[in-house]
Design a protein. Structure first.
Length: 144
């Protein structure tokens, strides 16, 4: 009987190229689980074999450096256009300060966050794990 090796999800092998914003593929028995192409094939294209845990660490650094951005001031029209085009996600009003984020994501858990503070409007691409308080603190530090 052929016994399959069990591995932890964090140890699952994936192909990743530095600078990419996603994994190319996952690997099982030295082959791509989708196409059947070998690890060597992907290595010739510049990809390296990593555990899922290590690849996620590298990918998240790349996402943070290329996608997550500081807040910028935007027009009232821009703010309301985004508020009304899709149902806002995580909308809250705390002490008269409006916070929401877009329900359509840029990539991963990164989407555009919006704040109306002191009749001024701001937006930034942030991770969904960023709290309204962290966002407000950043705006106050930058603009007030």
């Amino acid at each position: 009987m052929n016994k399959k090796k069990t591995i932890k999800l964090s140890e699952f092998p994936v192909m990743y190229k530095s600078g990419d914003l996603n994994f190319q593929t996952s690997i099982y028995d030295n082959k791509c689980v989708y196409s059947g192409k070998s690890v060597a094939y992907f290595e010739k294209l510049g990809y390296k074999l990593f555990t899922l845990e290590k690849a996620l660490e590298l990918l998240n650094k790349e996402l943070d450096s290329s996608c997550v951005k500081p807040f910028k001031e935007v027009s009232k029209d821009y703010y309301w256009e985004h508020y009304e085009c899709l149902p806002p996600e995580a909308w809250v009003n705390i002490n008269g300060i409006n916070f929401f984020r877009m329900s359509e994501y840029q990539t991963s858990n990164i989407t555009e966050h919006f704040i109306c503070y002191k009749n001024r409007y701001f937006s930034a691409l942030k991770r969904t794990t960023t709290t309204p308080k962290e966002n407000l603190d950043e705006i106050i530090e930058q603009y007030f």
